[in-house]
Design a protein around this ligand. Structure first.
Ligand SMILES: *Cc1c(COP(=O)(O)O)cnc(C)c1O
Length: 391
């Protein structure tokens, strides 16, 4: 039978056709009025998508480039910082701050869990220059409570900057950037905004700009002050990924179009879409007898599923690919073989969820030998969907 390739990976995610057409047509030079208009449009759209009155910058790099920019622009060698880590992306913060000579205090949570807020309260110190955290830890599919963490920062270390990796959080969970005082919030193009890898975007608060006046870590390509100066003119400091910028405008237009042209409402609808698909997926997989890896604080960006004891999650990933051309993600690092992950962020609809669960019923029965009644996962998801759209 025909097998359509479908990505269910938490980055890269499925591409929006409108964005693909816009990218193919983007044969423009970056120092022209045409591109300046496009760049100014996308920066204005990103402010609404992030939901902030802070500056939002766009960088031609993967998400990690913006994470590095946050570290190098805000800190100096020898600075004490706090890293909150609960998985592979949290560990990336630790690696990054160490690479630039910072001294990290670390609060960690076991894989599959979020933080104990009392531990964060005890670890926050006014001497810390910044606290680094993920909004959603994609390696374990856990959601962290950024609002609560921001409040603790306000109480215990009000001058400490809050830097949030929202690379899979943006478009899947709610933020109040200005209200909570998030100093830098980072997003990436290959996640909820439905375009290929290659762009990172970040909001930067006035306090963060002020910190850059005295921070001493080296930076050149990722010099945010230089990008800010150029952005005012509708340009980037170096050659931007022009086609991706055109794709991003088309994607943000599409997201706005889901709510009658209102991008703020479109962003809220996109988050709700991910929430419903995630809840339906969790219900379906539990009905099939799987165990959720992050049951207490599940992200809407992705779902991580543990396979029964003695089984290898790679078997599920391989079988879904071989039989249905369905691409899911194995666990990262130590979690490889123990969990598999499916995404809900960006261009996923309810029928994508039904398709995945239908495929999982076949794999659970034929590959894993579980006692499956056809329809049991799909039915559980349908109940969640029906309840969610009732209001
Ligand atoms: C995808 C992702 C990143 C960025 O990774 P890149 O490969 O550099 O784009 C960072 N943090 C989280 C939480 C992610 O999901």
């Amino acid at each position: 039978m025909i097998r359509k390739t479908r990505l269910y990976t938490p980055g890269p995610t499925p591409l929006l056709p409108d964005a693909q057409f816009a990218m193919a047509a983007a044969d423009i030079h970056h120092r022209t009025p045409e591109f300046r208009a496009l760049f100014q449009k996308v920066l204005a759209q990103l402010k609404v998508f992030v939901g902030t009155s802070n500056d939002v910058l766009l960088l031609s790099s993967s998400g990690t480039g913006a994470m590095e920019a946050a570290v190098t622009n805000l800190t100096s060698p020898g600075d004490r910082v706090l890293v909150l880590t609960a998985g592979k992306f949290g560990e990336r913060w630790t690696g990054l701050v160490k690479a630039f000579g910072c001294q990290p205090d670390v609060v960690s949570a076991p894989y599959g869990q979020t933080f104990d807020l009392d531990q964060i309260r005890a670890a926050l110190k006014p001497e810390q220059k910044a606290v680094f955290v993920q909004a959603t830890e994609t390696s374990t599919a856990v959601r962290h409570d950024i609002e609560a963490i921001a409040k603790l920062r306000d109480q215990m270390a009000p001058n400490t900057l809050l830097v949030v990796d929202g690379i899979t959080g943006l478009g899947t969970t709610r933020f109040d950037v200005d209200g909570w005082g998030i100093d830098i919030l980072i997003g990436g193009s290959q996640k909820a905004v439905m375009i290929p890898p290659g762009l990172a975007y970040l909001s930067v608060s006035e306090r963060a700009w002020a910190a850059m006046e005295t921070s001493k870590n080296p930076r050149y390509y990722f010099d945010l002050r230089k990008e800010r100066k150029n952005a005012v003119k509708g340009e980037s400091a170096y050659t931007p990924a022009v086609a991706l910028v055109a794709g991003l405008v088309a994607a943000l237009d599409y997201i706005a179009g889901q709510a009658g042209g209102d991008l703020e409402k479109g962003r809220i609808a996109l988050v709700n879409n991910a929430e419903v698909n995630a809840a339906a997926t969790r219900a379906g997989l539990v009905a099939l007898g799987f165990t959720l890896f992050a049951p207490t604080a599940p992200a809407a960006a992705a779902t991580a599923v543990a396979v029964p004891e003695g089984m290898d999650s790679g078997t599920v990933v391989k079988a879904l690919k071989a039989r249905f051309a369905l691409v899911t993600a194995n666990g990262q690092g130590e979690m490889q073989g123990k969990i598999f992950r499916v995404a809900h962020l960006g261009f996923f609809d309810y029928l994508d969820t039904v398709a995945l669960l239908g495929a999982m019923e076949h794999i659970a029965k034929d590959t894993l030998g579980l006692p499956v009644v056809y329809g049991q996962a799909v039915e559980a998801a349908q109940r969640v969907y029906a309840e969610a759209v009732k209001q």
